[in-house]
Design a protein around this ligand. Structure first.
Ligand SMILES: CC(C)(COP(=O)(O)OP(=O)(O)OC[C@H]1O[C@@H](n2cnc3c(N)ncnc32)[C@H](O)[C@@H]1OP(=O)(O)O)[C@@H](O)C(=O)NCCC(=O)NCCS
Length: 162
């Protein structure tokens, strides 16, 4: 007797490594919220992210496989924090509310980790607000550990050592 095995072979998202700052303009009208926390990309913040693209950045945009519409973004820099030398610093992670809960946030962070490993960095660091429980759960599931950060006590700092 045979039975049908179903595999989820359809890719839901495609990932593009960004090398041109202007590609980040796609974020300008994007927003999300979690409780009182609001996430959006005002002009001055977008300008700062754009400068990071040119400064040893690892920036990845995810689009829906079908219609190529925007799904998510992760931005990181090899310019590590003083207290965590030779690590990649994740400066922004954003998944469009329509696409949340499908594993995309995890995939975006994993993509940064994979690139950082290929650059022989020793780990990845990310900072979150105390109230951002979804992000904290995501980082902890990926194996990040909460660490003390002498330069920032307003929220939480997570480190993953490779
Ligand atoms: C945080 C964020 C990136 C998660 O993206 P996502 O694609 O929905 O996350 P994933 O589907 O990959 O989930 C991975 C894990 O994160 C955790 N998680 C995600 N959303 C969660 C939620 N709403 N509540 C609790 N845990 C959550 C879970 O542990 C989940 O693992 P599971 O699916 O096995 O339960 C997304 O909610 C977001 O963009 N939020 C606004 C911006 C933001 O907070 N950025 C992070 C700044 S540090």
């Amino acid at each position: 007797m045979s039975h049908e095995l179903k595999f989820d072979t359809e890719p839901h998202f495609v990932f593009d490594r960004i090398i041109s700052p202007e590609e980040l303009d796609i974020l300008a009208d994007k927003s999300a919220s979690h409780g009182k926390l609001k996430f959006y990309f005002p002009e001055n913040y977008l300008a700062k992210l754009k400068t990071l693209v040119n400064e040893k950045g690892i920036h990845i945009i995810a689009k829906n496989f079908g219609d190529k519409s925007f799904a998510g973004y992760v931005g990181a820099t090899e310019k590590s924090l003083v207290s965590f030398p030779s690590t990649v610093l994740i400066v922004e992670l954003f998944v469009d509310p329509k696409e949340q809960g499908k594993g995309l946030g995890r995939k975006l962070v994993q993509s940064v980790i994979d690139v950082a490993k290929s650059y022989s960095l020793r780990g990845a660091v990310v900072q979150t607000e105390n109230e951002n429980l979804p992000a904290q759960a995501l980082y902890e599931k990926l194996g990040f550990k909460k660490v003390l950060n002498p330069d920032w006590n307003d929220g939480m700092t997570y480190l993953m050592e490779f």
